[in-house]
Design a protein around this ligand. Structure first.
Ligand code: URP
Ligand code: ZN
Ligand code: ZN
Length: 475
């Protein structure tokens, strides 16, 4: 099977140029002029870009007494409709559950995926067994380990556990991720606002101020530095967290920051909406911030101190959100965004002049492919790369609405947004899976994407030796 994507402009992270793209089987075979194939896609007036990679989703995730509503079928359908061809989800072991059991649980959840997927493994408790199991997880192709510094009494790990895990990551050539919020302070503030009678969604925002995030980001960065590992901070939402990342990078530390599309365009006033349901539907952690924090995130993307735009897609229906009526601490935390990440970022980033089209490609695909050691298999338009491609029509527009979305929930946090810039075609490993506004793809065609460990880094190994030599500190 060969296919030519004809008449478009290739937009890569580093340059744009007019060329046709020849796809043979699952890969890009050639880029140039006058290429011939058995079939053709018309890309005139369009940009040919690497398919989006969303490195932060929670599909069918058990959380806060329920499960996120979008599963791998609806979630990956949403992804492909919006031009995202790879999602990276989180395996979450229960306390005491062997990590590879969690891995197999997630394999079962993913069997209906129609887009490719990869996993991060969460470290939710610590033991010698976890330490051993981390090697098996890396062997299974999962080289990133997430740590929750919040959700005390549930997913949160303490500094001792986190540091031990960071040291183990250094040994294995793996990379730790953190949800950076100080869970002890969040708990104290939740109690404080509940006692004051602030029980609605605004209490969620008040109990998770930027300082809570900044403190945790600084702490995680210092711990990672002592363990000699790079660090990836998920859902970076505030100036203090961004500042910590920027400072670390200026000092030569490999620290990455990931703002979410929601934090870039929605602000904290949402939590004060008179309609409880409107506000509760937007409850996620960290919460949306004010405009000053928002501007700072855009600046970070432009300057390169923040590298990736994700969604943290973790959708709950209104009925699920109602579990927190009268007590904001019980509102399931999470919002959707998978289908709309690319078009909202294009509209509010590229159309406004905040980002160039090349920066758009960098932050939606190429940077994370590099960070996850997947480049150029994914995240690139080049011969030999897998043909995960989005043919992007910068003139196409629509009004976002829950009525037309692939996600199964009954609302959309971007409801009513007019977006300009949409996929004309989405290709996943050479197969045209989205055209004429519809996803057409076989259930279960999505493939697990294995990742290799990162090359050993002399500094990391030195730090590892230092801390593993001190028995009891790291184990
Ligand atoms: O509110 C959020 N972000 N829910 C999903 C779980 C997490 O913290 O990433
Ligand atoms: Zn999180
Ligand atoms: Zn998350």
């Amino acid at each position: 099977m060969s296919l030519v994507i004809r008449g478009g402009t290739v937009v890569a992270a580093d340059r744009s140029y007019k060329a046709d793209v020849l796809v043979e089987g699952e890969k890009i075979a050639a880029i140039g002029e006058g290429l011939k194939g058995k079939s053709e896609l018309d890309a005139s007036g369009c940009f040919i870009m690497p398919g989006g990679i969303d490195p932060h989703t929670h599909l069918d995730m058990p959380f806060m007494g329920t499960n996120s509503a979008d599963n791998y079928e609806s979630g990956t359908t949403a992804a492909l409709s919006g031009g995202t061809t790879l999602v990276v989800d989180f395996c979450i072991p229960g306390r005491g559950q062997p990590l590879m059991d969690a891995f197999h649980d997630w394999e079962a959840r993913s069997k209906n995926a129609i887009a490719d997927y990869s996993y991060h493994m969460c470290v939710t408790y610590w033991s010698d067994q976890v330490r051993e199991d981390m090697a098996k997880v890396v062997q299974a192709g999962v080289t990133t380990f997430k740590h929750f510094m919040a959700y005390k009494g549930a997913l949160m790990v303490n500094d001792e556990e986190m540091f031990a895990s960071f040291v183990r990551c250094a040994e294995l050539g793996a990379m730790p991720l953190v949800h950076a919020e100080n869970g002890d302070v969040v708990l104290a503030l939740q109690k404080y606002y509940m006692a004051k009678g602030i029980t609605g969604p605004e209490g969620h925002a008040l109990s998770r101020p930027p300082e809570v995030e900044g403190e945790a980001a600084n702490r995680a960065i210092m711990l990672a530095d002592q363990a000699g590992v790079p660090l990836y901070i998920v859902h970076t939402s505030s100036i203090p967290a961004h500042e910590a990342i920027r400072r670390a990078r200026a000092l030569g530390k490999r620290v990455y920051g990931e703002p979410l599309i929601q934090h870039l365009v929605l602000d904290e006033s949402e939590y004060y909406n008179k309609d409880w349901r409107h506000a509760a539907r937007r409850v996620m952690s960290p919460p949306f911030r004010d405009k000053i924090n928002q501007d700072d995130l855009w600046n970070g993307l432009r300057a390169g101190s923040l590298q990736v735009v994700a969604t943290d897609h973790c959708s709950f229906t209104t009925k699920q959100k109602e579990m927190g009526l009268g007590d904001f601490t019980k509102i399931p935390n999470g919002t959707g965004g998978l289908e709309d990440r690319m078009s909202v970022l294009w509209t509010y980033g590229v159309e406004t002049g905040r980002l160039t089209p090349n920066e758009f490609v960098a932050v939606t695909s190429t940077n994370i492919a590099r960070i996850l050691n997947l480049y150029p298999r994914k995240g690139a338009i080049m011969p030999g790369a897998e043909a995960d491609v989005v043919v992007w029509d910068p003139k196409a527009n629509k009004t976002i609405s829950a009525k037309t979305q692939a996600s199964v929930i009954d609302y959309n946090v971007f409801e009513g947004f007019e977006v300009k810039g949409l996929p004309r075609f989405t290709l996943s490993r050479g197969e045209v899976v989205f055209r004429d506004g519809k996803v057409q793809a076989e259930l279960g065609r999505g493939r697990f994407v294995r990742r290799e460990p990162f090359p050993a880094d002399a500094r990391a190994l030195a730090a590892f030796k230092k801390y593993t030599a001190a028995e009891g500190v790291a184990r």
